[in-house]
Every structure is written in C-alpha cells, then in structure tokens.
Design a protein around this ligand. Structure first.
Ligand SMILES: CC(C)(COP(=O)(O)OP(=O)(O)OC[C@H]1O[C@@H](n2cnc3c(N)ncnc32)[C@H](O)[C@@H]1OP(=O)(O)O)[C@@H](O)C(=O)NCCC(=O)NCCS
Length: 166
C-alpha cells in the first residue's frame, strides 16, 4: 500500500474467525500415545495465519507466539479443533487468540486443552510492514478480548523496549 492510498475500512471479528479440525494420528504422537506439542503448535500457527490473512488480505508472517499453554494431554484418535479469531489490530500487526479443544470420539466429550496468542504482521511485496484494516468489535466478548490483547501488547512491547504506535 502506498502512502496516498486510503486506509482499509474496518472489518468485523466474525469475518475472519477460523476453525480447523483434524484427527490426531499415530504419526502426531510420541511413544506414550500423546500428541506432540509441536504438532499442536503447527495447527495453532496455521489457524492464526488463516484468521490474520482473512482480516488483512495481505501477506502475513508470525512475529511472536505468546502465552501458549497446554492444559491437558491429547490422545491419538481425538479430534483436535483449533479456533482462531483476531483480538486486536495495531497499525501493521494483529493479535490472534487461539483456543485448542479436543473431542473424545467415543463419548463426544469436548475439553478445552490449551490457548495461545499469536502476533502476525502484514507485509507488502517488498517485505515492508503495511497497515491492516481496523477491527470492528461486535460483541462484549470482542471488546473484552480486545482490551486484554491491548494490555498484553503494551506489556510485550515494553519488555522488548519498543514503544507501541497505537
Ligand atoms: C515482521 C517483521 C517484518 C517486523 O519487522 P520490524 O522491523 O520489527 O517492523 P516494525 O518495527 O515496523 O514493526 C511492525 C509491527 O510489528 C510489531 N512487532 C515487531 N516485533 C514484535 C514482537 N517481537 N512482538 C510483538 N509485536 C512485534 C510492531 O509493534 C509493529 O506493530 P504495529 O505496526 O501494529 O504497531 C520482521 O520482524 C520479520 O520479517 N520477522 C520474520 C517473520 C517470519 O519470518 N516469520 C515466520 C517465522 S518462523
């Protein structure tokens, strides 16, 4: 985007919400039959990427994966569902919140097994960060997540010794 181009118009959180479901296979697991953390992290990155590019409609790259937690083990045969939505938009970066759930197929029991916050940056063809559309907050949950993400961003940038621009 060139400086003379108008800023993109706001997009609602719902427009980029992303859900990915996969069956956990033996190749995803260690010899105990538990799914590797790296397998789950790959799914988290894919879901965050899809949500971010649906919002930005520009090339996006992962710059930071923060606060990733694994609360419970995932077993071979479970369906892993990863839900991603844009929580916060800065100037060129976005925070995507990711929730990881499993479904035990014999019983239908669904559990929240982990979460992560992924910061992605939109780039132009030269690899320079470019502005992303503002985020339209539609629900109380959207507003709460946005406030929490703004606080995480402030803390993260302060820790890095960087000043936020918005
Ligand atoms: C993404 C990248 C272009 C940013 O470069 P940069 O010189 O830091 O660019 P800027 O200073 O203009 O920052 C761009 C945005 O990223 C944010 N940012 C940069 N580093 C960050 C970090 N460590 N954590 C969170 N946000 C960060 C800035 O706050 C800024 O956000 P804003 O525009 O919304 O205010 C560069 O770090 C890069 O290319 N990284 C590699 C990305 C990649 O290959 N990912 C896949 C890895 S496996």
């Amino acid at each position: 985007m060139h400086a003379s181009e108008p800023l993109p118009s706001a997009k609602p959180v719902s427009a980029s919400r992303t859900v990915i479901s996969v069956v956990a296979l033996p190749r995803d697991s260690n010899h105990y039959g538990f799914v590797y953390g790296g397998t789950v992290m790959g799914l988290v990155d894919q879901a965050a990427y899809a949500a971010a590019i649906r919002h930005a409609r520009q090339t996006v790259v992962t710059v930071c994966v923060g606060d990733i937690t694994f609360l419970k083990r995932i077993y071979v045969g479970d369906v892993i569902t990863v839900r991603a939505s844009v929580n916060y938009v800065g100037r060129t970066s976005l925070e995507v919140g990711v929730r990881i759930e499993t479904e035990r197929m014999r019983t239908g029991e669904v559990e929240h097994v982990g979460s992560a916050y992924v910061t992605m940056v939109a780039l132009d063809a030269d690899g320079t960060p470019v502005p992303v559309p503002p985020l339209e907050l539609e629900t109380d949950d959207d507003r709460r997540r946005c406030c929490e993400a703004a606080e995480r961003r402030r803390a993260r940038l302060a820790q890095l010794g960087r000043a936020g621009r918005s």
